[in-house]
Ligand binder design. Sequence first.
Ligand SMILES: *[C@@H]1O[C@H](CO)[C@@H](O)[C@H](O)[C@H]1NC(C)=O
Ligand SMILES: *[C@@H]1O[C@H](CO)[C@@H](O)[C@H](O)[C@H]1NC(C)=O
Ligand SMILES: *[C@@H]1O[C@H](CO)[C@@H](O)[C@H](O)[C@H]1NC(C)=O
Ligand SMILES: *[C@@H]1O[C@H](CO)[C@@H](O)[C@H](O)[C@H]1NC(C)=O
Ligand SMILES: *[C@@H]1O[C@H](CO)[C@@H](O)[C@H](O)[C@H]1NC(C)=O
Length: 496
Amino acid sequence: MEVTHYPKYTLYALLILGSWLLTFVLHFRSFHLYFGSGAFGFLPFSVNSTFSAHAIAAGGDPPQPSSSSSSSSSSSSSSSSSSSYSSLFFFVFVVRRADRYSRCFHMTNAGIGPELNSSDESGILPATGWYNTNQYALEVIFHNRMRLYECLTSDPSAATAVYVPFYPAMEIHSHMCGFNSSVRNGGPLDFLRWLSSQPTWAPLGGRDHFLVASKTSWVFRAVGGHELRCGNSFLEQPESRNMTVLTYETNIWVDNRWDFAVPYPSYFHPSSASEVAAWQARLRVAGPRPWLFAFAGARRANGTLVIRDRIFDACDASPARRCGLLNCRRGCGSTQKLVALFASASFCLQPPGDSFMRRSSVDAVLAGCIPVFFREASTFEKQYIWHDPDPDRRHPYYVLIDHDDVVAGKVGIEETLAKYSDDEVVAMREEVIRMIPRFVYKDPRVKFHGDMKDGFDIAMDAILERMRRIKNGEDVGWKGDDEEGSLPSNSNDDGS
Ligand SMILES: *[C@@H]1O[C@H](CO)[C@@H](O)[C@H](O)[C@H]1NC(C)=O
Ligand SMILES: *[C@@H]1O[C@H](CO)[C@@H](O)[C@H](O)[C@H]1NC(C)=O
Ligand SMILES: *[C@@H]1O[C@H](CO)[C@@H](O)[C@H](O)[C@H]1NC(C)=O
Ligand SMILES: *[C@@H]1O[C@H](CO)[C@@H](O)[C@H](O)[C@H]1NC(C)=O
Ligand SMILES: *[C@@H]1O[C@H](CO)[C@@H](O)[C@H](O)[C@H]1NC(C)=O
């Protein structure tokens, strides 16, 4: 094992009982303030939670939120994380009004949502491991995974990175649009000011801090402009520019990034490697897929998203009914239906919607369905620079059809896809199936059985690597507060 002069793989999860609690209580109150009826709130739960890091370092049972946690038999196998860490508490999401914010309901089971019932409908899903996961739940899932992370320390000076358990997407959800700038920005900005006043911040100006913001980058980059526009400027603040932020979609056209795209959480949250292998095996043997291509989504009003109209037209015109369509005009129906559709199609169309990335493209991977993109900015290659690369990849695994050509009617979707031979399709599908482990998030409540890196593990490896380089004084494409970058320009960030 390589020995280096910085503390290895250790991580400091920000300890914030006092003032952060206050921040959140304030937020909680501000939800009420801005909404009157109060949609939902963050409640600090189990403020006592003091976990034994011994148990964690030894890979033992998941930490119990109990003040009397016994560190009985576990030996201190790792000196770097032998001290106990305390007050890494988490939240319960309290549903106040299930109608409008029913998504809160999905925050059960440590973020992965209610378990899906395989006994109904198609019977496509295995009995365990599948959940009705909300697409915005990654902040919660990530936080809960962090609680089980092997090497946490209570000594910030020993830490390679500092995880900030703040949920920017959750925070903005209820006042995303139609509110003035102080409403949209107030909470996060207060939080950032507070964060940067903490002792952990000072040594590197927060450059070893990271957090998850489970919406697209654009939501947090709304600066200036109209008073009542959507989103906030969370990612454009000097403090967040120093941090590393995980989002669902990044700006691929700039070099100096501080937010990195990670896959949306889909429905499969395995607790063992064999569960994943069994699902992969099932996809492999499923036999020929009846649909050439499938799409789950909705048209947009008045031709505001022409590509969608083209897809619906292509489906209608498909002669031998080679297209499977799930019209999501009023929601896509059951998850089972969606998975069953994607698992019976060779190609799954992923046109951009409000943004370039869609959760649907991760759903496609999980169903062994070859994703078809229409914009380069939607491809995993451009967005998921940590999760996409696979040294063992032998074949291309996706199709890129030019958006403008489709819209202009120059290229037919069905004709393009029909050109792939059966062998090619099988080879591409195999690549997709092999990607599945990297595009799932393990069940965050239990210790995983078996050896497998999931989306979280890959993101953490990349973050720690980035932090090591930052601590080494390397240029990771970081750009300081002054806009006119004075740093060397040849930054080849993150090994992409
Ligand atoms: C929290 O800690 C206090 C004092 O240590 C104890 O009396 C109380 O029962 C604990 N509460 C919970 C929920 O564990
Ligand atoms: C699954 O469906 C069965 C029969 O409809 C029901 O009894 C059971 O409670 C359901 N389980 C879950 C987790 O929803
Ligand atoms: C913003 O809106 C809130 C509530 O909607 C209001 O209390 C506040 O005065 C407004 N601020 C500005 C600067 O207009
Ligand atoms: C960002 O980091 C730089 C370099 O460490 C530091 O000089 C600057 O003060 C930091 N910005 C903030 C807002 O802390
Ligand atoms: C679509 O067009 C109809 C009729 O022209 C109009 O009433 C409606 O507001 C339009 N909707 C949008 C979203 O533009």
